[in-house]
Design a binder for this molecule. Structure first.
Ligand code: DQA
Length: 149
């Protein structure tokens, strides 16, 4: 039987408010609806999806540490921590789990302070500006890469 991969989706601060937060930028889909759709997709891909959202940097770091021996791939939207958190970057480097960075909005077409990410250079790939579809593309790509291993 084919190995079932474990993929962890991490969402950073304020993404719990998807669907109500700045809808013109982040869309109308709630985090719960997005996760339901992603779970359906993951099932079709014979993949276990684990989700973690937190507004607290230390909780996100702890989740990454705890994933060391159980998670095959991470899909992360670090949200505002993208632009500030070397601690989160170091956590990802420490566990050495490959990851894809996702942003719902195009961070390069917004305020100047959003143009720098502490994650992009150590990620396997970056998807930004495609709305919540970005998570689906990341999932598809992560599974494809894991199957090739
Ligand atoms: C975001 C972009 C970040 O700049 C912002 O702080 C977010 C969400 C995105 O998904 O577009 O919270 O990561």
């Amino acid at each position: 039987m084919k190995k079932k991969f474990n993929i962890l989706i991490i969402n950073g601060p304020n993404l719990n408010l998807l669907g109500s937060r700045e809808k013109k930028i982040y869309g109308k889909l709630s985090l719960l609806d997005l996760l339901n759709q992603l779970n359906k997709k993951a099932k079709l891909l014979n993949t276990n999806l684990i989700h973690f959202q937190s507004n607290a940097e230390h909780s996100l770091i702890q989740k990454i540490h705890d994933s060391k021996n159980s998670i095959d791939y991470i899909i992360i939207n670090p949200a505002a921590f993208t632009h500030t958190s070397i601690a989160l970057r170091d956590a990802l480097l420490s566990v050495n789990i490959p990851f894809i960075e996702v942003h719902i909005s195009n961070i390069y077409s917004r305020e100047h302070f959003r143009c720098h990410s502490w994650f992009s250079d150590i990620s396997k790939g970056i998807i930004c500006g495609l709305g919540t579809d970005g998570y689906f593309w990341a999932l598809k790509s992560a599974v494809k890469r894991l199957c090739k291993k």
